[in-house]
Design a protein around this ligand. Structure first.
Ligand SMILES: [Zn+2]
Length: 103
């Protein structure tokens, strides 16, 4: 019996090694992508999308809205507009009054 690997065995181990490398690179890419997302979130979290200054939370009726301390831009999180839509006119009027405030 020969101890030399057959051609099909060599192919098998070569494919297995290639798959291991592929999985390693795939995991590395996932880690790098997540690190990039974490970095972007840390850079932009609670920052104004218009001027880049800090956002602070302000409560309008029962909805917390992020407002820029510099330019006054208001940012709604997902679902907050829907909360305002279902609210009665008092809430919408309160929101409009916020926009009318002298800054
Ligand atoms: Zn701003």
């Amino acid at each position: 019996m020969s101890t030399k690997p057959s051609h099909s065995e060599e192919e098998f181990f070569a494919r297995e090694e290639q798959e291991k490398k592929h999985q390693f690179h795939k995991k590395q890419k996932q880690k790098n992508d997540q690190a990039q997302r974490d970095l972007q979130k840390n850079l932009h979290f609670m920052k104004c999308p218009k001027c880049g200054d800090d956002l602070k939370s302000v409560r309008i009726s029962f909805v917390d809205i992020d407002e820029c301390v510099k330019c006054g831009a208001m940012v709604l999180d997902k679902g907050e507009l829907d909360k305002l839509k279902v609210a009665d006119n008092t809430v919408l009027r309160a929101l409009v009054d916020v926009f009318k405030k002298d800054r």
